[in-house]
Write a protein that binds this ligand. Structure first.
Ligand SMILES: NC(=O)c1ccc[n+]([C@@H]2O[C@H](COP(=O)([O-])OP(=O)(O)OC[C@H]3O[C@@H](n4cnc5c(N)ncnc54)[C@H](OP(=O)(O)O)[C@@H]3O)[C@@H](O)[C@H]2O)c1
Length: 336
């Protein structure tokens, strides 16, 4: 028995469909036959720069949704045929762009019945990363998930989300609104997304250009005092350090920076933390089940719309050509 893997043969490509043996799950693992996979910045960075890949060929893809093919010893939460979504091992080069992929059971969750496979595939990594940016970076606990947070008396009350229309940013806005119902949340994005970001919980939205204008940023906060915290979903502060002047002078100056490049560094003088999706799993190994619970309770929406770029693995290559600049307020998805 064999499967097809959509391999990236070396840094820069090309891709090749290669026949390999059916993967077998070890203890605590699940294999999944994806019906849809999402494309992410990290897939493009790995194709282009080999950002996290140690050896080639590699199978990229960090987001998938499909059906359980088989389960390893000790797995009781899932059985073959279950419809699921999962985080996948594309960062390690053994990801979702193949007929059947292996993951640990804790990064798998049952697909909400109301979501299509394409919608479900758009959810995992941006949720994990936004969750990490909040619980680890800002030390704010998520409701029902007390780990990683701080005491409730010490929570930021004014927060700037840079890159609000990115999948991570839009995920963060709604999680922040849930965690801090009375907080003042300002997001930056292109104007086309402002109404949507307000509907997800942003108090106010500003054009990206405002990231270079600390006075304009501060002017949006109560009394013009500035922000307690900045959640930087896209590494915008690295290009526009003016945003650091928008912190409240006597505030905690919390800066939660999503790792967008391997050499990312935190700026001096701030309470800065670099975060990635894996950090959320370290805080809460069953974060995927928590995500699905929020979706089913109507508390968490698709952060960005999905755009299905094609059907079949060959559509992955074409979709990745859209990165890094031609993706705005959308998650590109490939149907399988
Ligand atoms: N380390 C990790 O574990 C991890 C996990 C997930 C993501 N990431 C990284 O985090 C970043 C965000 O990921 P994503 O999937 O959310 O990205 P995405 O949705 O593909 O990002 C596209 C969006 O980013 C916005 N944007 C881009 N550059 C910006 C800037 N300088 N200022 C403000 N907005 C900007 C654009 O806004 P407009 O079009 O509205 O202008 C666009 O809507 C990526 O670099 C990704 O690789 C890291």
């Amino acid at each position: 028995m064999s499967i097809q893997q959509y391999q990236t043969t070396k840094q820069g490509g090309p891709f090749a469909l290669v026949t390999t043996p059916v993967p077998k799950p070890s203890v605590g693992e699940v294999t999944i036959r994806p019906r849809a996979v999402a494309l992410n910045g990290i897939d493009w960075k790995n194709l282009k720069f080999g950002a996290t890949i140690r050896s080639w060929p590699a199978v990229l893809g960090v987001d998938g949704a499909g059906t359980v093919e088989s389960v390893g010893e000790g797995v009781t939460a899932f059985k073959p045929g279950d419809e699921v979504l999962s985080y996948a091992r594309g960062i390690q080069g053994s990801g979702a762009f193949q007929d059947i992929y292996i993951v640990s059971e804790n990064v798998v969750a049952k697909k909400p019945a109301a979501l299509s496979f394409e919608e479900a595939a758009s959810l995992p990594i941006c949720f994990l990363t936004a969750g990490a940016a909040i619980t680890v970076g800002l030390k704010v606990a998520l409701p029902g998930l007390p780990k990683g947070g701080n005491s409730s008396s010490n929570q930021p009350q004014s927060i700037l989300v840079l890159g609000g229309s990115s999948a991570v940013g839009a995920a963060a806005i709604q999680l922040l609104r849930m965690a801090l119902p009375s907080a003042f949340i300002v997001a930056t994005s292109s104007e086309a997304h402002h109404a949507r970001l307000r509907s997800l919980g942003a108090t106010a939205c500003l054009e990206r250009a405002a990231q270079r204008d600390s006075a304009a940023l501060k002017a949006t906060t109560p009394g013009g005092a500035g922000f307690d915290a900045v959640l930087d979903a896209v590494g915008a502060g690295v290009e526009a350090p003016e945003v650091y002047d928008a912190f409240r002078a006597d505030g905690p100056k919390l800066y939660s920076l999503v790792v967008t490049r391997p050499d990312a560094k935190v700026p001096h003088g701030l309470q800065a933390t670099l975060v990635g999706g894996q950090d959320m799993l370290d805080v809460e190994p069953n974060a995927m089940a928590y995500l699905v619970k929020l979706v089913e309770e109507g508390k968490y929406k698709l952060p960005v719309k999905i755009e299905v770029v094609g059907k079949g693995f060959q559509a992955v290559e074409k979709g990745l050509e859209r990165f890094p600049f031609a993706v705005s307020g959308a998650k590109l998805v490939v149907a399988l």
